[in-house]
Design a protein around this ligand. Structure first.
Ligand code: ZN
Length: 212
């Protein structure tokens, strides 16, 4: 069975995914397969659709899912702003696959002096352990759902989904003091404190006047 033509491979000098159109032709592309790590050639002749091809015959499909996952992580790492449901997050120090206690978050960023963890889901039940860990430890965390996307989705489109769109993002855990859901509770607490104070003063006044 023929698999779909491989549009992305790993460019060895940067160890990052590269799109076929931006690679040099043939072995010159200096690329390996994201799945098996073997050398691939860029086939950019006029006859065929441009693609990468394993230099030796193989059953390997080229790690399409791996590449999409890498590309999504890379987009977060190379930027410093991401839209989440209800909040825009400015961040620094984004790093992928950095172990944290017992999990390896897909991407970790620092926002408002706190770590925020991102998980990128491509197949459904995979992230259960991570999600439970974040919730149990009250760690700010977000899951980005890329299930069902075309593995060859153009970079601009993927960028928009990862950084700007919010409909594929799910807050796993978010603390009250933070922006986002925090914003609402901050607004409420601003009124709650004076109301509580007034109530206490009223009660004191009541008991004081009763004693007279
Ligand atoms: Zn391969």
């Amino acid at each position: 069975m023929r698999s779909s033509p491989l549009k992305y491979a790993i460019y060895v000098p940067t160890n990052k995914p590269i799109f076929i159109d931006t690679a040099r032709n043939g072995r010159e592309c200096n690329c390996i397969c994201a799945e098996c790590g073997k050398v691939v050639d860029a086939i950019q002749g006029e006859r065929n659709e441009k693609h990468f091809r394993h230099s030796v015959e193989t059953d390997c499909k080229g790690g399409l899912e791996t590449i999409l996952h890498l590309r999504a992580k890379q987009i977060i790492v190379e930027n410093n702003q991401i839209e989440l449901p209800g909040v825009g997050l400015n961040y620094t120090g984004a790093i992928s696959e950095e172990p944290f206690l017992k999990v390896i978050p897909d991407v970790t960023v620092i926002a408002n002096g706190e770590k925020v963890f991102f998980e990128i889901a491509l197949t459904n039940p995979k992230k259960k352990i991570e999600k439970e860990f974040y919730i149990a430890n009250k760690l700010k965390s977000v899951e980005i759902h890329l299930e069902g996307l075309d593995y060859d989705i153009p970079q601009d489109e993927l960028k928009r989904i990862v950084l700007i769109n919010v409909n594929r993002k799910e807050i796993i855990f978010w603390t009250e003091t933070s922006k986002g859901d925090g914003l609402l509770s901050m607004k409420i607490s601003r009124y709650l404190v004076p109301i509580a104070l007034l109530a206490i003063i009223y009660k004191l006044f009541q008991s004081w006047s009763r004693r007279r």
